[in-house]
Design a protein around this ligand. Structure first.
Ligand SMILES: [Mn+2]
Length: 236
């Protein structure tokens, strides 16, 4: 069978005039059975439609922080602003992906972007959110589990992962605060931080806050990409 073609968004790496894409994302989608093309953000949003014509699914990758004015807040001093061109492009991209009911998966910033696109809000700096227990979500060891994530196995993503509890890596300071329109909770850390969601009304519109691409040797993490590839193949 032909491999489905998955488009991956790209970061700027904070280098003017360059794009960056971590290899783990590419390796994970390929390991899950997909073929990969990169989608660099550009000033020409008119090209989005033509690019999506040739794709079967989109993976929204990680990056810096969205402009909080999108959800009615001022910048937190600890926030690290995303390249505004990337933000604008990816908000347009996710809107068109959704309009086409094209399978989409978000990771980290991708998760936050998909939520804010739906009118949801974010915690800008988790250490300031007082909760019990407090879990540190900014752990540097990207390939090692940092905390437990509880998974709702009744959800699409939960069924794909196939476990009610997994260990996930964690290196984010922001997270979903209020879920956007039509989004259902999929995954939660033990301190209540939202680690994943999906829209049950679409073929696949789902996201996780951790980085499964860095743990793709474990079936429960590769499952996130397998789900995207399966949906992009028209499966399930
Ligand atoms: Mn976390």
């Amino acid at each position: 069978m032909k491999r489905p073609l998955i488009g991956l968004t790209m970061d700027s790496g904070n280098k003017e005039g360059r794009y960056q894409l971590n290899r783990d994302y590419v390796a994970s989608v390929e390991k899950a059975g997909g073929a990969v093309v990169a989608i660099p953000f550009g000033g020409d949003r008119g090209g989005i439609s033509r690019v999506l014509d040739v794709l079967d699914g989109v993976l929204f990758i990680g990056g810096d922080d969205l402009d909080p004015s999108l959800y009615g807040e001022a910048w937190h001093e600890k926030a690290k602003p995303i390249d505004p061109r990337r933000q604008e492009f990816e908000l347009a991209l996710v809107a068109e992906v959704e309009r086409r009911r094209m399978p989409a998966m978000g990771v980290c910033l991708g998760c936050q972007l998909m939520n804010v696109h739906r009118g949801g809000s974010l915690h800008q700096f988790l250490p300031e959110w007082v909760r019990e227990p407090m879990i540190e979500h900014r752990k540097a060891e990207r390939e090692r589990p940092g905390h437990v994530v509880r998974i709702d196995v009744q959800t699409q993503v939960g069924r794909a992962i196939g476990k009610s509890q997994i260990e996930a890596n964690t290196y984010h300071k922001q997270a979903v605060k209020r879920l956007g329109r039509g989004l259902r909770l999929v995954a939660t850390a033990e301190d209540g931080v939202i680690e994943g969601f999906e829209d049950p009304e679409l073929p696949l519109f789902a996201a996780v806050q951790w980085h499964p691409e860095r743990l793709n040797e474990r079936a429960e993490h590769l499952a996130v990409f397998r789900l995207l590839v399966e949906k992009a193949s028209g499966g399930r």
